[in-house]
Design a protein around this ligand. Sequence first.
Ligand code: IMP
Ligand code: MG
Length: 192
Amino acid sequence: MGLYKFKKINGEKVLIYDNMKIKVLIDEKKLRRRVRELGQEITRDYKDRDPVLVSVLRGSFIFIADICREIKIPVTFDFMAVSSYGNSKVSSGIVRITKDLEFSIENKEVIIIEDIVDSGRTLNYLVKNLQARNPKNIEVCALLDKDVPRKTENKVKYKGFDIPNKFVVGYGLDFEEKYRNFPFIGYIENEQ
Ligand code: IMP
Ligand code: MG
């Protein structure tokens, strides 16, 4: 408990909290710059179109709030929540929709806004599920793409960052529902 406090250990900023060491992987400035670029790309590609941004809760709530303000065309929003069974750090690949979209996406241009692609199974499931509702098209925007071996093709058109195969938190991403409010992306180095 208590405030988040950084310590300098060997010249590196480290957050020690709940007996975990959390290091910064992508700082606020880099996030802001890249999110702006992604917004500009989407603005350019979707000029004269009116896509619906489908945000996958809860992990993408900060990303969508930031990127939508960098998209300078009219967009609409809808939200979905999914949970993948499994332990806290490994997704099982069994995806369950816990909150479905409010609106029909038939004939709509959909942009899925995701926080992170790890095994890719959540995204695969989502794309298949949404495709069955006959949208005009679906593209995927994901902030992070983890470097893990995957059998399936990468469906991400708008990608923020490639990251190493580490468990990351912050900027919407959690470990056991915590740390989503870090303004940066950090990684849990070890549990002490
Ligand atoms: P996938 O199905 O293995 O691609 O997992 C995707 C989902 O697992 C993401 O939408 C996240 O909610 C969660 N996830 C995967 N990797 C991480 C991580 O490093 N930190 C926090 N959540 C993660
Ligand atoms: Mg997610």
